[in-house]
Design a protein. Structure first.
Length: 350
């Protein structure tokens, strides 16, 4: 590792604050946990478009752009249900990338949708072609699909030498203010926000740390090496969140309800082919928190977003109206947050 690469390996992702839904205090703990654990995840089957706000023509080396492409391809090659497509027009992209010298970071999952279409949702602040830079690319893409920092996992049991952490991060090469250090290192995630019950020290979402910052667990007092590749648990979790799509979908017919026999985090996908061109109502029924989104299938690889609804945390069912055209093919995706009560949840359109 060169001196520059070693310096870069001491620089850390400064993830922006994540948007956490404000839920009614009257909600049950299982319902709250289900919503918080899944709210930032994309619907499975989503095609995420990414663009560069500054590209090769703006002084960014072509090799840097290529390595970012490689990072997206590596995540997709795991056989997940998400697809990534480069897009020339940033305003048409969910993920917008810059290479500004202000650290590396990314918004988490669907938080990207709340950022202005001319603003970046991801940044790489150092050479992404070094071994550590390649790991940084995979780390930031992990954020963009819903992963949080692994060392902030409440099950890690990390006890910090807090003053030393603040002092170390305030110095070179990071120069972080205290609030950035707290948000990205000291702060523990809520148990409601994480999936699983273990700490994966090999995760690409884990920081490496020098000796003298961790008090407990004792085996990490000498520090943690920076993971440089996706771990087995990273691959397992992303396939659980975004499993490979089934080759065929059930067709949802008008006025025929379909039972949503889904566990928290699972998803149902339906083909919708209207026999008449008109406005249709789509709705869920029963006691359930769901995210429901309608796409129009344009070609083989380009589903176009039509509309959607998220009723999580509210005592109502999701419903929306959309004009559909005879003979065209649409896809309805329904991701379950939680169900309660005795009756089965279902979905229907008419």
């Amino acid at each position: 590792m060169t001196a520059q690469q070693e310096k870069d390996a001491q620089r850390y992702c400064a993830q922006p604050p994540q948007r956490i839904p404000v839920l009614p205090s009257s909600l049950s703990r299982p319902r709250t946990r289900a919503i918080l654990a899944n709210h930032a995840k994309w619907l499975n089957g989503t095609q995420l478009r990414y663009s560069f706000l500054d590209g090769a023509g703006d002084g960014v080396a072509k090799a840097w752009l290529t390595e970012v492409h490689n990072g997206f391809e590596e995540w997709e090659s795991l056989g997940i249900g998400l697809k990534f497509r480069p897009e020339d027009n940033p305003e048409e992209s969910e993920i917008r990338i810059t290479f500004a010298d202000d650290g590396s970071w990314s918004y988490v999952g669907t938080d990207c949708l709340g950022i202005g279409s001319s603003e970046a949702t991801m940044n790489f602040g150092w050479d992404p072609t070094s071994p550590y830079g390649k790991a940084t690319v995979r780390h930031e893409i992990g954020h963009s699909i819903g992963f949080c920092h692994e060392h902030q996992n409440p099950f890690a049991g990390i006890e910090w030498y807090v003053d030393k952490v603040y002092e170390y991060m305030a110095g070179p090469p990071n120069f972080w203010p205290a609030e950035t250090t707290y948000h990205n290192i000291i702060r523990k995630l809520s148990t409601d926000q994480v999936s699983g019950s273990q700490w994966d020290v090999l995760s690409i979402m884990e920081y490496g740390f020098v000796s003298g910052l961790i008090k407990r667990p004792e085996e990490y007092r000498a520090g943690i090496s920076s993971p440089l590749q996706l771990s087995d648990h990273d691959k397992e979790y992303v396939r659980t969140w975004y499993p490979p799509l089934a080759p065929h979908m059930e067709e949802l017919k008008p006025f025929q309800s379909s039972v949503l026999d889904l566990a928290s985090g699972e998803q149902a996908d339906y083909e919708v082919i209207p026999e008449m061109s008109q406005k249709y109502q789509f709705s869920t029924f029963g006691n359930a928190d769901v995210k429901m989104v309608l796409f129009e299938q344009v070609g083989e690889e380009n589903p176009r977003y039509i509309t959607g609804e998220d009723d999580s945390g509210e005592d109502r069912n999701g419903r929306f109206e959309a004009k559909l055209f005879k003979g065209r093919r649409y896809i309805l995706r329904v991701r379950m947050y939680s169900t309660w009560g005795s009756a089965n949840a279902s979905v229907m359109y008419w």
